[in-house]
Design a protein around this ligand. Sequence first.
Ligand code: GDP
Length: 474
Amino acid sequence: MFDTLARGFRQARNRLAGLTELTESNIDSALREVRLSLLEADVEMGVTKAFLARVKEKAIGQTHTNRVKHAGEAHAVSASDIFIKICNDELISLMTHEGELVKFSPGITGIMMVGLQGSGKTTSTAKLARWLEKQGKKPLLVAADMQRPAAVEQLKVLGGQIKMPVFNIPDGTPVQICAAAKDEAKKLGRDVILYDTAGRLAVDEELMQELADIKSKTAPDNIFLVIDAMIGQDSVKTARAFNEKLGISGVVLTKLDGDARGGAAISVKEATGAPILFSGVGETTDKFEEFRPEGMASRILGMGDVVGLMQDFEEVVDQKKAERDAERMLSGEFTLEDFLDHIRMIQKMGSLKDLVDKLPLGGMLPGGIPDNVNLDDKELVRIEAIIQSMTKFERKDPYALVREPKRVERISSGSGTKPEQVTELVQKFVFMRQMMGSLGQNMGMMGKIPGMKQMAMARNAKKMMAGGGMPGMG
Ligand code: GDP
């Protein structure tokens, strides 16, 4: 994801490699790369221009600050470091949001969900309900999308899955249904109402009027627009239209697990004034996150969402053990036993693709994440079976399998796999261990650039690795 953007920023950095000073002409040549990739990623023209102008202005201002003081010592910072840091800050400011994600009212809070058909509105309504429940709220889901035949049923199914009540009046109009929902919420003792309204395939007058009527009847505290991140510039047009008619308070950006190019994420706040508050990262109701501009910026820059990964890990990892493991792992000492622990943890955490997307490896390994690293979740189960069929000795010293092929046969029949699969696992494990080692070295080098975000990222990444981001790579 965001490959185009990441490539653009990488090329810009290359243009500045080895330079110590940012001048108008070298900034321009770096910005040309960035400009191309922004447009290719479907960032709106106006937003692109404004972004480039701000980066340029700040970069020129920084020309003479190519040495920074850190812990009493002066360190050289290269022009490309400064440039990337400025880009990072500007990306964050394009997406940042201050204040509460959801505005709660003292009585019953209303959240109106709007968006085009297929944007992920109904799914996001259920996801948001789950999020709200974690905040101690008791949501009521209102099925008011009478436009799409299956939408009511879909919300009922989702409501059943997350064990939350769903309100609907079979013959009612959307306005009637929404208007009656408050009484239902009172009756059931629910304190947040989520209105899943109808979408259309495109913005049209009738849809907008229906939504405006629902708004005036229910006076919701929040109006969230759901946008599909895979739709580029059009999503910004949609957002503008909804905002003009309804005044949206925030955006839920869905399908960030797919082939999103990043255009919508970068453009939408600048275009509407409404910030992205949440992101959808998968089809199931647990694939929902608070939107983090810092994480998104570092992913766009190709640095990986280290912070996001840290949060995922915090839920399942014992920090101390994590740090100890990290030290070992990054120095290339990592056994199959650790590997197994980490695979089990990854299974608790969700899909490997989600995880790897967030890793900073793409930017650090010269060729990006190698294509031959298989990330099939099903393979995890097989890997676990194989490792469990190994003796303690073999887990500590997987080279024993290379030295004595008889062991491979025993393990493969014990785990119900083919001998080639056992050998392949050992090869991949050894490869991964080497990769960890070189990552450790790279981080050591990065740590020499003081004051830069990368330093904190490297530290975090070290901890994160301890959580086992990589070992599950089949
Ligand atoms: P609606 O018409 O706007 O209510 O859209 P739905 O909620 O029915 O979603 C349309 C499709 O997008 C469904 O197949 C959902 O499973 C899928 N979807 C929704 N959100 C996400 C997401 O964050 N990631 C992925 N991969 N799929 C999503």
